[in-house]
Design a protein around this ligand. Structure first.
Ligand SMILES: [Zn+2]
Length: 384
């Protein structure tokens, strides 16, 4: 069996990574479109970047209209700005949304039509250089060939894919994550954990992706509670940033499975942030996924040291789910009800959500393949 691994051309990570990245940024273009959001602008993260660009004589223009959920409309105006301002590369700065938007804008600078035309197609025409600077430890978007964009006409979150979407340069500076609010730290941390666990237990798993996945799970288990309790814990923040990056590399080269598949429809219909809906689903989905497929889950437990080598696969797999449940409780992950989702509307939409989940393809990468009925059952369990 042969595999291939795709990575950004360059990854700069660790303390002062932004500063250390100048020599790389300089080579990528003359005028950058900075894709970001208002929060990044207000808390001063954007000025850290613009100072660096100015010091290196790189021009830029700001596009800070990204919301928590990037849409086809946001992509369209970003493309317009890129063209009008004659930019020649793109920098995404922020959580997953600005980075996803940066990739989608890059794709639509070189491809005809609307971003909505590219669902289910491979985006392979080379994009302008993309620099990804995450400010949360979660999505791993800095190291993936995916972007999630909402199609506002059909109310779905599209998963768009293609090697061309892989950023040229990823800058992972944990300093940026210090300002991440507690709720965001919790949700994005579980998102990263979900990436790693899904990648390792996916039908598409492969040896190198496995190495990144196991390392990510270990870092996240050891540091998420710390980062949640004390946002200034630099060591925990740094470990979480590396863990999220590793998890991104892992699922980019393997795949996500049932949790992500079921999570996107909740996000699209009820505007629950991506990390939160994953966190709401993770325990119920894993309880389903481990049955009859305990081995890989047991390997994770053993690798992170929560069960002994001689303990049975079933016990080790159950232990993993138990520990994840505890972790979610310790970092105050809300239920759908607590989040304020309307139960009646949720139940009315269960059939569409189950269909959209399956159409995305992710659930079928689960070793224990779920049917539509299984998915409906898990959605219902979220209210028990
Ligand atoms: Zn995710």
């Amino acid at each position: 069996m042969a595999y291939n691994i795709i990575l950004p051309k360059c990854i700069v990570y660790g303390e002062n990574a932004l500063e250390k990245s100048s020599e790389h940024i300089k080579t990528l273009g003359k005028k950058a479109l900075i894709v970001t959001d208002k929060i990044m602008l207000n808390i001063g993260n954007v000025s850290k970047l613009t100072k660096l660009l100015e010091n290196n004589l790189i021009s830029y223009t700001l596009y800070s209209e990204v919301n928590s959920e990037p849409t086809d409309l946001i992509v369209n105006s970003g493309v317009e700005k890129y063209k009008n301002e004659k930019c020649d590369f793109i920098i995404g700065l922020g959580g997953g949304s600005p980075i996803d938007s940066a990739k989608a804008i890059g794709a639509m600078v070189v491809n005809p039509g609307s971003i909505n035309d590219y669902m289910g197609k491979l985006i392979d025409k080379p994009l302008p250089n993309i620099v990804a600077i995450p400010t949360t430890a979660g999505t791993g978007s800095e190291a993936t060939q995916f972007t999630i964009i909402s199609n506002t006409k059909e109310n779905i979150k599209m998963l768009l894919k293609g090697k061309a979407l892989m950023p040229t340069l990823a800058i992972i500076d944990p300093e940026f994550t210090i300002t991440s609010p507690q709720k965001v730290t919790a949700a994005t941390g579980i998102d990263a954990l979900t990436h790693a666990i899904e990648a390792y237990t996916s039908k598409c798993s492969n040896p190198l992706a496995d190495t990144f996945a196991l390392s990510a799970v270990k870092r996240i288990f050891n540091n998420l509670r710390r980062a949640y309790k004390n946002s200034n814990d630099f060591e925990a923040r740094n470990e979480m940033s590396i863990g999220a990056l590793e998890a991104g590399i892992a699922f980019n080269n393997s795949s996500v499975t049932i949790i992500h598949g079921m999570s996107r429809p909740i996000g699209a219909l009820f505007h629950v942030p991506h990390g939160v809906s994953n966190a709401m689903l993770i325990v119920r989905c894993l309880n389903f996924a481990i049955k009859g497929e305990e081995k890989r889950f047991a390997n994770i437990s053993r690798a992170i040291g929560i069960c002994e080598t001689e303990t049975s696969d079933i016990d080790c797999a159950n232990k993993l789910v138990e520990e994840i449940d505890k972790l979610c409780k310790d970092i105050d992950i809300p239920t759908l009800e607590k989040f304020g989702v309307d139960a009646e509307k949720f139940f009315q939409n269960i059939d569409k959500m189950a269909e959209d989940a399956l159409i995305s393809g992710s659930p079928l990468n689960t070793r224990r393949e779920p049917s539509k009925e299984d998915i409906i059952k898990i959605y219902k369990e979220l209210w028990e």
